[in-house]
Design a protein around this ligand. Structure first.
Ligand code: ATP
Ligand code: MG
Ligand code: MG
Ligand code: MG
Length: 478
C-alpha cells in the first residue's frame, strides 16, 4: 500500500529497477558534475540520495527544490559511488508537491537547539533527532504490548474520566461540562462551565491502578497502557501534565514477584529497542557524544548503547528504604551538607537522594522497598511491624524514579482502617473495598511512566523531548 518507503529502497539490491520516491528534501547540493538531493520520508534515519545531471531539471523546478520541500521523484535505482550508502536514485522525473521558502522555513540544515525545536513542535518531527526519538518510542510501545501479551496478561482499558482519585498520586484536572444548548456565557460574559460531570464530581485519571485492581481480581493478570494526567505545576525535566503510564496488576503476586516482573519487563523492552532501533540509537548516541565532549572527563556518562546493554545484562540492586537511609546518612554529600534536603528516616526521598544511590553509590538501577507507611498511599500492604509498607520504587540513572509499585492490602478490615485514616469516605470507595470483601486475594502491581522509559532509552535530558505533543504549564497552543 502506498509508495515504497526509503527504508526498503535502501535495502534493495534490484539495481536498474524503476522506483518512485515520495519524501521531503533534507539538503540539495549542486556541484559541477551533478545535483545531489538528500531525501527522507521518516521511515529511517538514513537519507536516500537522488542524483540529476546538471541542466537536466528545468530551472523553474530546480529553484523549488529546497530544504523542507516535498517531492515525488521517479528514477532508476543505481549502485552508489558515495560512501555510506549502497544505492541511490538516478532522477528521471521530479514533481514538487510542496515548496518551503528558505527565508521562512525554520529547519535549515544546521543543528538546532532542543529549546528552539520545542517552540516549533509542529515541525520538529522532521528533524533527525525527533524522528529517531519517535521511532524508538513507537518500538518501545509495541514491545510493551508484546511483552504482556506473551506473558499471559490482558490489556484492560481503564477510564480517563473517573471519580476515583488514586489518593496521593498528584494534583488532578477537574472535568467540567459546558452546556451548548444554553447560552454558553453567563450574564457577566464568563463561560458557563458546570462544575461537574452530569451531577458528579469527576477528574481526569491520575492512574488506572484502582480500576486495574478490579481487573486483576477477575482476570488474574492485566495491564493498562494509557494517558494519565497530573496538574503539576512543576517545571522539572521529568514531569509532564499529560503522560502515558503502563500499569500491570497481578493477583497472586507478592512484593518479590512484583520486583522480578518489573526488572524482567524493563530489561526486555530495552533489549527489543536495542535490536529494532540500532540505527536510530546509534544516531542518538553520536548526538549525545557531541554534547558530552564539552564536559570534563570525569563528568561524562557512558555511551548510550553501552549504558543500555549494561542495564539489560546486570541485576538491579535491591534494598530496603531503611538500608538506603543508612547509606545516605553515611554519604559524603550528607556529611558535607551538600544535599538540599535533609536525610533522616521518614523523609520522602528526593530526586537528589535517589540519584546519589543510583549514580554514585551502586552505579546501577536500584529497587528500593518497604517505605514508611506515612509517605505512601493507603492501598499498600502493611508490613508486620506496622511501620513500613510493601512498596517498591525502581530508580534509574539520570532519571531517578521510573517505576512506583507495591503489594496491595488485601485484608478488608485493615484496608478500611487505612482508608479512614487518610480521611477518605469509605462510601466513595465501596466498589474498591468490595474486592476485599468478596474473594479477596493477595495481589500486587506497579506503574511505569512511559516517557521516563523513552527518556532513558534515547538518552534525552528533558521529558518534553520524548513525547510528540508535550503538555506542561504554558505548553504550545495545539
Ligand atoms: P515523582 O516522585 O517523580 O513525582 P510519583 O511518585 O509522583 O513520581 P507515581 O504516582 O508513583 O509517581 O507514578 C508512577 C510513575 O509514573 C512514576 O514512577 C513515574 O515514572 C511516572 N510519573 C509520575 N508523575 C509523572 C509526571 N508528571 N510526568 C511523567 N511521568 C510521571
Ligand atoms: Mg509526583
Ligand atoms: Mg515519587
Ligand atoms: Mg511513586
Amino acid at each position: 500500500m502506498g509508495p515504497v518507503q526509503i527504508k526498503q529502497i535502501l535495502q534493495s539490491t534490484e539495481i536498474g529497477q524503476t522506483v518512485e520516491v515520495k519524501a521531503w528534501v533534507r539538503t540539495k547540493r549542486e556541484s559541477k558534475n551533478a545535483i545531489f538531493i538528500a531525501l527522507n520520508d521518516g521511515s529511517t534515519i538514513h537519507n536516500l540520495q537522488a542524483v540529476a545531471e546538471p541542466g537536466q531539471l528545468p530551472d523553474d523546478t530546480l529553484r523549488l527544490i529546497t530544504t523542507g520541500s516535498c517531492l515525488r521523484i521517479e528514477g532508476t535505482l543505481v549502485a552508489s559511488q558515495g560512501s555510506g550508502q549502497a544505492v541511490e536514485v538516478k532522477i528521471e522525473h521530479v514533481q514538487v508537491y510542496g515548496t518551503a521558502d528558505p527565508d521562512e522555513y525554520p529547519l535549515q540544515p544546521k543543528k538546532h537547539s532542543l529549546e528552539f525545536l520545542r517552540e516549533i513542535a509542529h515541525l520538529r518531527p522532521r528533524t533527525n533527532t525527533f524522528s529517531a526519538i519517535l521511532r524508538v518510542r513507537h518500538a518501545l510501545a509495541f514491545a510493551v504490548h508484546k511483552y504482556y501479551n506473551d506473558n499471559g496478561f490482558f490489556y484492560l482499558h481503564t477510564p480517563i474520566i473517573t471519580a476515583s482519585d488514586a489518593e496521593g498520586a498528584g494534583e488532578m484536572f477537574r472535568v467540567t461540562t459546558l452546556d451548548m444548548n444554553k447560552p454558553p456565557r453567563t450574564e457577566d460574559g464568563a463561560i458557563d462551565y458546570k462544575e461537574d460531570f452530569f451531577g458528579r464530581e469527576t477528574n481526569l485519571t491520575v492512574s488506572g491502578q484502582l480500576e486495574g485492581e478490579l481487573g486483576a481480581m477477575a482476570l488474574s493478570k492485566i495491564y493498562t497502557f494509557g494517558p494519565t494526567f497530573r496538574a503539576e505545576n512543576s517545571n522539572t525535566t521529568r514531569h509532564l501534565a499529560e503522560f502515558w503510564m503502563i500499569e500491570p496488576e497481578m493477583a497472586f503476586f507478592e512484593l518479590k514477584d512484583n520486583m522480578d516482573l518489573a526488572e524482567d519487563f524493563v530489561k526486555s523492552v530495552i533489549s527489543t529497542a536495542l535490536e529494532q532501533c540500532a540505527d536510530d540509537l546509534a544516531f542518538l548516541q553520536n548526538r549525545l557524544a557531541e554534547e558530552e565532549k564539552n564536559k570534563p572527563q570525569n563528568e561524562r556518562s557512558m555511551p548510550l548503547l553501552e549504558k543500555l546493554k549494561f542495564v539489560v545484562e546486570n541485576p538491579f540492586e535491591r534494598l530496603t528504604y531503611t538500608e538506603a537511609i543508612d547509606i545516605l546518612v553515611k554519604s559524603k554529600p550528607h556529611k558535607e551538607k551538600k544535599f538540599q534536603y535533609h536525610v533522616e528516616w521518614g523523609i520522602d526521598l528526593q530526586s537528589e537522594h535517589e540519584r546519589y544511590l543510583v549514580e554514585k553509590h551502586f552505579k546501577k538501577p536500584v529497587i528500593l522497598t518497604n517505605y514508611p507507611r506515612a509517605i505512601k498511599a493507603f492501598y499498600m500492604k502493611l508490613d508486620e511491624d506496622g511501620k513500613t509498607v510493601r512498596a517498591m520504587d525502581v530508580l534509574f540513572p539520570g532519571i531517578g524514579e521510573i517505576i512506583g509499585g507495591s503489594q496491595r492490602e488485601e485484608n478488608y478490615d485493615i484496608l478500611l482502617e487505612r482508608v479512614q485514616e487518610v480521611g477518605i469516605e469509605p462510601e466513595s470507595l465501596w466498589w474498591y473495598l468490595e474486592t476485599r470483601k468478596f474473594g479477596t486475594a493477595p495481589h500486587a502491581g506497579f506503574g511505569l511512566g512511559f516517557e521516563r522509559l523513552v527518556q532513558f532509552v534515547t538518552g534525552m535530558g528533558n521529558i518534553r523531548d520524548v513525547i510528540p505533543f508535550p503538555r506542561f504549564p504554558k505548553s504550545a497552543e495545539f
